[in-house]
Design a protein around this ligand. Sequence first.
Ligand code: GDP
Ligand code: MG
Length: 361
Amino acid sequence: EGEIFGYLFSRGMGMHGLQSIDRDVVKMICREYDVEVIDADPTRVEDMARKKEILDEEDLDSLEDRPPVLTIMGHVDHGKTTLLDYIRTSKVVASEAGGITQGIGAYVVPVPIDGKLQTCVFLDTPGHEAFGAMRARGARVTDIAIIVVAADDGIRPQTNEAIAHAKAAGVPIVIAINKIDRDGANPDRVMEELASIGLMPESWGGDVPVVQVSALKGDNVDELLETVMLVAELQDLKANPHRSAKGTVIEAGLDKFKGPVATFIVQNGTLKKGDIIVSGAASGKVRALFDEKGNLVDQAGPSIPVQVIGLDNVPIAGDEFEVVSSLDAAREKAEACAESLQKDRIAAQAGYGKVTLASLA
Ligand code: GDP
Ligand code: MG
């Protein structure tokens, strides 16, 4: 025991006997002492099951590479929008109301990696505490979470929240320590904080990639993107573009002129104009598709976000959507969903369907 303490102390992690140690630290100790770790993380298994649901058995022969979907998360004002802005080299921050991101913006960005352009899809999540639930959904469609931590502020409540969301969804984490250009920047302190919550930086022998950047000046942003693409490569991201689409609603609302408008992210298959879609209690025929710049497009393949017009109702962000064979089938599914929602509501009002500790036991 004393030896392990000594070892941890030598890695800059002095701790006392009662402190609980995180998985990554355990892994590190085991590696040092050549002991095998059996890693049973139930959230990871759940996530794998979910991925399997998106890919059917018959897709397996037609799988093709798909772009990674990346979510930038972190505490408010730590520089998420500035980072995405630099990556897109446009001016999103200036146009935002009050500088706070509203809704989930999705962007398709060609990123130069080793001289070749590779497509990445970015989701910029709102940084406000009130949007915690939305952020949780962000992690569900995400392949990698880029967690931004300001070097002059360190880990804050929303940083912890973001880390928890990513972990719960089994999404790999890449840390961007931001604002290293600032006078009060102390990236080493952030590294220590990360280690102390079980996110052991790779450069300290752990498995969490950490890149120190200045989103404002663009310093090391290329390195961050390369790191992210390496993590993406390891994930072997694939989908079958040659089938009808399914995916997740990332944003939805009612437009005065267009009616119900939804942003989908396609996770498998290709969504096309004229397809019949159903999402929860909403259904309809795709009348028009727009890319994130507002251009009309005919179709959207795996990982691609697209705005959809033609639904009869506003779907719920976070719900799944799928293409079905006929309008009748779509309406049937939507009605069944609406009915079960109604039943849930009645049950809730009658005091049934309440989750208590006893009912879980
Ligand atoms: P968000 O709430 O996480 O999206 O944060 P923003 O991107 O809106 O950034 C908050 C503030 O920090 C803005 O005034 C940015 O100009 C500033 N900022 C962001 N990144 C950097 C950086 O790398 N260096 C410096 N000095 N300021 C930054
Ligand atoms: Mg922002």
